[in-house]
Design a protein around this ligand. Sequence first.
Ligand code: CTP
Ligand code: MG
Length: 230
Amino acid sequence: TATALIVVAAGSGTRLGRGVPKAFATLAGATILEHALRGLVGVDARIVAVVPAGAEADARAIAERAGVDAAVVAGGATRADSVAAGLAAAGDARRVLVHDAARALAPRALVERVLAALDAGAGAVVPVLPVVDTIRSVDGAADASAEALGAIVDRSGLRAMQTPQGFDAALLRRAYEAAGEGRAASTDDAQLVQALGEAVVAVPGDELAFKITTAADAGRAEALLAPTRA
Ligand code: CTP
Ligand code: MG
């Protein structure tokens, strides 16, 4: 296939705190991985799900329930390691999308927007949203009450990054090779491309593509998934 869609789902879910890897936590009767894969049904891409080592068989069953034909591979210690594992299984795809399973409610329209930007010639595409909170820099003390407050950062010049991010496959592979061990700290693949001096194109993100990180996020996702409301 011309396009590979890597779904990284190998994180531990520490902040969610369910005691299971986040992608295998249940929301509204199905795992986060299943919700994420359901949202990708019909996308014209070879799906590669990257899951914790040992969870491959579970993930294959989940993919089948979700109705997608996915290759399943084991991830690594960092998100970037997991993306690299997905890239290694992406075959000869000409372009690659990288998506967080934790953004389980990302709408199809967002995926199509990213693909359209690649069709239009972009080498790297990232969905972005404006930042809603007032943001201030701090000196970074571990204890919030001990932090020295710095300046307010003008939020009109800030954007939050989402996934799926889209890439020319050769460009993303080159970015990962160039980053080497330095990739470990990266939670944003487009940043590695930008570090090569290559252009990254922004497309509008979607609020539904929020990342399920905390228990409050899981509650929001469950409310959105509820088939009926009181
Ligand atoms: N991820 C991954 N492999 C890792 C770390 C993260 O595939 N070693 C994936 C997660 O499964 C998730 C996405 O990257 O879909 C974004 O990561 P994050 O929201 O931080 O998830 P976790 O790392 O699981 O959560 P936490 O940081 O709270 O432990
Ligand atoms: Mg994490």
